[in-house]
Design a protein. Structure first.
Ligand SMILES: *[C@@H]1O[C@H](CO)[C@@H](O)[C@H](O)[C@H]1NC(C)=O
Ligand SMILES: *[C@@H]1O[C@H](CO)[C@@H](O)[C@H](O)[C@H]1NC(C)=O
Length: 146
């Protein structure tokens, strides 16, 4: 019971800082952060990636057992951020994974830019490969005043 209550409290605490962006709100935030055309990828590609990785949710967490993916861009704890429990982690963005879970996505954006500068580009994101690559992604920004 005590453990259950702490879980609820934890969920509430996390809930306060977390946020689900609307489509146009995220599109505008990413555009202001210089993502449109960054490393050759249009804003619509970034939006499609975010949709399929996290549904625009800032505290999205996926645990694959040996590492975890954090935040709106589902940034991985082996390659990019440090969660203190991923064996052999490279942590190339030099940030704490927990900072990728709050409603301020400016650090997520900085790290995602680092990820996309690698030779694989957006190919680093499985969801982008599966659902966005070579597709018409224009609907992810359509109707937004940008
Ligand atoms: C990351 O930040 C959290 C919350 O501030 C802290 O509890 C944790 O120890 C930090 N983890 C690492 C690996 O620095
Ligand atoms: C978001 O975080 C960045 C640093 O990562 C900071 O410079 C900025 O002021 C923060 N924005 C808000 C609205 O708190």
């Amino acid at each position: 019971m005590k453990a259950f209550l702490s879980l609820i409290l934890l969920a509430l605490c996390v809930g306060i800082k977390a946020k689900v962006f609307t489509k146009c709100e995220l599109a505008s935030t990413l555009k202001k952060a210089g993502m449109d055309g960054y490393n050759g990828y249009s804003l619509a590609n970034w939006m499609c990636l975010s949709y399929y990785e996290s549904k625009y949710t800032t505290n999205a967490l996926y645990d694959n057992g040996w590492s975890r993916d954090y935040g709106i861009f589902q940034i991985n704890s082996y390659w990019w951020c440090n969660d203190g429990k991923t064996s052999g982690a490279v942590s190339a963005c030099s940030i704490n994974c927990s900072s990728l879970m709050d409603d301020n996505i400016s650090d997520d954006i900085t790290c995602a830019k680092r990820v996309v500068r690698d030779p694989n580009g957006m190919g680093a994101w499985v969801a982008w490969n599966n659902y966005c690559k070579n597709k018409d992604v224009s609907s992810f920004v359509s109707g937004c005043a940008l």
